[in-house]
Every structure is written in structure tokens, then in C-alpha cells.
Design a protein around this ligand. Structure first.
Ligand SMILES: [Fe+2]
Ligand SMILES: [Fe+2]
Length: 281
């Protein structure tokens, strides 16, 4: 017999579905808006205690992640310049940001689905990140629609997912390189983008980016927290592990100036900031 009175029933019988399969279903979803909505539902179920942390089917190959047929993925050099002069350019810029958030939904679910056996708090963090990325995507898509466009209308590049592929074997490498390099780069550049949208008279997009910047600090902080946790388990120094991985995989992705205040809040030490700045020279 099945009961469906929500949370209290779960505590008597235990939830039936597990988080890993639900994360896999969010990953496989190909429609962008459906993915964002499914993500919101999954995150709500997780926070109500409606999903188990045990069991789970096989892990999806990293290239089987669902994405819509459009946008067309092209090499970065074929992309639109991110100007704000003409309406088309303005929309293309918002589209590029929406595409980053779309990938970020997949990246957060991949961190949940692929890496099993971590503490519950790890899954709390990355389910929350998935939920926030879905909100960021939908908010930017609304801005895109205000300019007469939709997600898929402009080409995009696949850089974020390449790092997902390169780190699919190890949560430590994932935490170091995705949140602490790629998402952290967002902390550095978002204040300038906010100023540009504001100067172009697009106050609403500027406000969306202010929310995104605030929440992204939390995503990078989650990366710092779990990098430290995984390093402690393996007896590694987190700073050395981070700079080793960076040197091997993504040294060219480090650009300055860094947003010191946001990065400090997200778990970067003064020494790490100084070492990152030395890499920019
Ligand atoms: Fe985001
Ligand atoms: Fe993020």
C-alpha cells in the first residue's frame, strides 16, 4: 500500500526514490526550460526529505548529458562579440550568460549524480546550487525574451562542459576546477557586466546579475568547502592540490583582476589570491 501524505509518511517508510536517479533524470532532460523546472521540483523533494541517499542506477557517461538541439555549439572564436551597442548584440550577450547558467545546471547535477558516498551536506550544497542555477537560467531567459529572443537563438560554446569531462573521474579535481576556477571567474567579471548593462539602460538585467553574483559566491564557497574536505580525507594540502590541478589543466583560464572581496568570502586565502595573481603575469 502506498501513502502519499508528504514528508511525515516518508519518515515512517523511507522515501522510495533516490537522489542519484533523480539527478540523472534532470541531467538527461534535453529541453532547457523543462530541465530548469524539473530541477526546482527535485530540489524541493530533496529538502523535504523525499529522496534517499542510497541505491541509484549506473552513472551516466559524461557525454550523455541532455541539451537541446539549439544552440549550435561552435568554437569560441566564432562567437558574437559581447557588445551592447545594438539590440541584437545586447540579446546575444544575455544569451551567452543564459548558456553558462544552462551548463551550470548540468554541472551541479553531475556533481550530485556522479560522485557518490560523500556526506549528506555535500548533496545539500550541490542540490541547492542546481536549484539556484535553474533560477539564474530562467531569469536570464526572461530577459532574453524581453528582447524578442529565446535560448537557442545564438550559437554558443562548450568550454564549461569540457572541464566537466576532464574532471569526471574525481570529485577533488571537479571541486578545484569547476567552482574554484570557472565559477570563480564569474565573480571577477560580473561586477563589470552589471555596470555595462546599467550604463546601457538595462536595469532589469543588471538586477538579475546582482542576484546571480551574490549566489555564485555560495557556489564557489561550496567548492572550497568540499575541496578541503576531500584533501583532508586524502592527507593532501588543499592549496597545493588546487595549484597542481590548475597548473596541469587550466592555468590559461586564470585572468586578472580578481574580485578579492568576493573570492575571500568564497574561501580563497590571501596566499591563494597572491599566487593566482602571479599566474596572470
Ligand atoms: Fe549561476
Ligand atoms: Fe554557479
Amino acid at each position: 500500500m502506498r501513502f502519499s501524505q508528504g514528508k511525515r509518511t516518508h519518515s515512517m517508510t523511507g522515501p522510495e526514490e533516490n537522489l542519484f536517479d533523480v539527478a540523472g533524470a534532470c541531467l538527461r532532460e534535453t529541453d532547457a526550460v523543462a530541465k530548469a523546472r524539473r530541477t526546482a521540483r527535485a530540489a524541493a523533494r530533496w529538502s523535504e526529505g523525499g529522496l534517499r541517499l542510497s541505491g541509484g542506477g549506473p552513472v551516466l557517461p559524461v557525454d550523455r548529458v541532455g541539451r537541446p538541439p539549439r544552440p549550435e555549439l561552435v568554437p569560441p572564436r566564432r562567437l558574437h562579440r559581447r557588445g551592447l551597442g545594438r539590440t541584437e548584440d545586447h540579446a546575444a550577450f544575455i544569451h551567452a550568460l543564459a548558456h553558462i547558467e544552462f551548463n551550470a545546471i548540468n554541472l551541479a547535477w553531475d556533481a550530485v549524480h556522479r560522485f557518490r558516498g560523500l556526506p549528506r551536506a555535500y548533496y545539500d550544497d550541490w542540490v541547492r546550487v542546481a536549484r539556484e542555477e535553474a533560477e539564474h537560467f530562467l531569469a536570464l531567459r526572461r530577459r532574453l525574451r524581453a528582447f524578442g529572443h529565446d535560448y537557442g537563438d545564438f550559437p554558443a560554446h562548450d568550454g564549461l562542459w569540457e572541464t566537466a569531462r576532464a574532471t569526471a573521474h574525481d570529485p577533488l579535481a571537479r571541486m578545484a576546477l569547476v567552482p574554484r576556477v570557472l565559477e570563480a571567474r564569474g565573480l571577477d567579471v560580473t561586477p563589470g557586466m552589471i555596470a555595462r548593462f546599467r550604463a546601457a539602460g538595462d536595469e532589469e538585467t543588471a538586477r538579475v546579475l546582482e542576484v546571480i553574483l551574490r549566489e555564485e559566491v555560495g557556489h564557489v564557497a561550496a567548492g572550497s568547502r568540499w575541496l578541503r574536505h576531500l584533501c583532508a580525507e586524502r592527507g593532501l594540502d588543499p592549496e597545493e592540490a588546487f595549484f597542481d590541478l590548475l597548473a596541469r589543466r587550466l592555468a590559461r583560464a586564470v585572468r586578472c583582476p580578481l574580485h578579492h572581496a568576493a573570492r575571500r568570502e568564497a574561501g580563497f586565502s590571501e596566499r591563494e589570491l597572491a599566487r593566482l595573481e602571479a599566474l596572470c603575469r
